[in-house]
Write a protein that binds this ligand. Structure first.
Ligand code: OSB
Ligand code: MG
Length: 367
């Protein structure tokens, strides 16, 4: 297989619900969709980078630039292109995991479609459905949060994750726990605290959380280990885990008991699978995170989340939770579970008219 032509398409989609985290407020999703045309047919990739640096140093314009200027030329130079060879060629450039994951995702989709094999089979999925969890943004008031979460509980989500930050932590968590004594509940701080807040965070132990996700800074792995020794609530790392190697280090330090895996954060689905393997070898449970993806990214995430070590509900929700109209046929939930696509490649296609309607910019690159 050889890469022949690439289309880089920017789309803007309004979010069904504004999404506020300790990093900021998102009202719409600005997304880069990469179409790779190869000698064996097309494949699709989705870039999870946000418009601004915040979650990590990557941002959408920067990712688009790195893809065009460095990653695509390296991948286009390969005569016997496979997903693993694409990843190896891109590894010559440090960092930029979300940019690399976008290219790898599209190459893997094209390669698998041509082989009539699914992402799920290729990655080693053992389940045909995945438990769905919902990530709930910071609300203006506790009453608004209660109303929003009530709706999600009624819809059947298997787990509720509350975004927290200093000033919005113990009170919202207490309110939700009092109203819903039995739900699986967890909190995600997106690195908003420091170790100086350890005693304050320990008060979360009263609310029987499944986990506390990334309370401290991305680089504060040793502080997470110290915090973990002070809390009964298990610590999960998201931002801090950037590779299988960093997962092994964090586990060895005692910095996390659970790992959130996002392919974009770690450079692609192949590295995501290696993190799954490292965690499984240490009996550390993992779950699949999300970055408000369209149906394309969700399709790949569903395949990953169907691997055996993914034993906790994913941040994979039905399309309607994110967008009034998704770019693919809508992802739906039934009794809190979402089906893993089983068609060739991603198993879902973008609908051309919908994609066109959301498009803000297109660049075509030919060899
Ligand atoms: O920390 O998991 C996170 C979205 C953007 C950036 C970071 C995060 C998130 C989410 C979204 O929580 C979860 C989802 O896609 O459903
Ligand atoms: Mg997170």
């Amino acid at each position: 297989m050889k890469l022949e032509r690439v289309e880089l398409r920017r789309i803007g989609i309004p979010l069904a619900t504004p999404f506020r985290t300790s990093l900021g407020l998102e009202l719409d999703r600005d997304i880069l969709i990469l179409r790779a045309d190869t000698s064996e047919g097309p494949g699709w990739g989705e870039c999870v980078a946000m418009p601004e640096p915040g979650y990590s140093e990557e941002y959408l314009d920067g990712a688009a630039h790195v893809i065009q200027r460095f990653l695509l030329p390296a991948v286009a130079a390969l005569d016997d292109l496979t997903p693993a060879r694409a990843a190896a060629a891109m590894a010559a450039f440090p960092g930029n995991p979300m940019a690399k994951a976008t290219v790898e995702m599209a190459v893997m989709d094209a390669w698998l479609r041509a082989r009539r094999s699914s992402y799920a089979d290729h990655l080693g999925a053992v389940r045909s459905t995945v438990e769905s969890g919902v990530s709930v943004g910071i609300a203006d008031t506790i009453d608004q949060l209660l109303a929003e979460v009530s709706g999600y509980v009624d819809q059947g989500y298997r787990r509720i994750k509350l975004k927290i930050e200093p000033g919005w932590d113990l009170e919202p968590v207490r309110a939700i726990r009092e109203r819903f004594p039995d739900i699986a509940l967890q909190a995600d701080a997106n690195a908003a605290y420091t170790f100086a807040d350890a005693r304050h965070l320990a008060a979360l132990d009263a609310f029987d959380l499944v986990m506390l996700e990334q309370p401290l800074g991305t680089a504060d792995v040793r502080d997470h280990a110290a915090l973990a020794r002070m809390l009964r609530t298990p610590i999960c790392l998201d931002e801090s885990i950037t590779s299988a190697r960093s997962a092994a280090d964090a586990i060895a330090l005692g910095a996390c008991a659970i790992v959130n895996i996002k392919a974009g954060r770690v450079g692609g689905y192949l590295e995501a699978r290696r993190i799954h393997d490292v965690c499984a070898a240490h009996s550390v449970p993992v779950w699949c995170g999300g970055m408000l993806e369209t149906g394309l990214g969700q399709a790949a995430n569903l395949a990953l989340a169907a691997l055996p070590g993914f034993t906790m509900p994913a941040d994979i929700a039905p399309s309607a939770r994110y967008f009034a109209t998704d770019v693919t046929a809508p992802i739906t939930m039934s009794e809190g579970r979402i089906a893993v696509p089983d068609g060739p490649g991603l198993g879902l296609d973008p609908i051309p008219e919908i994609l066109e309607g959301y498009t803000t910019d297109v660049v075509t690159i030919t060899r």
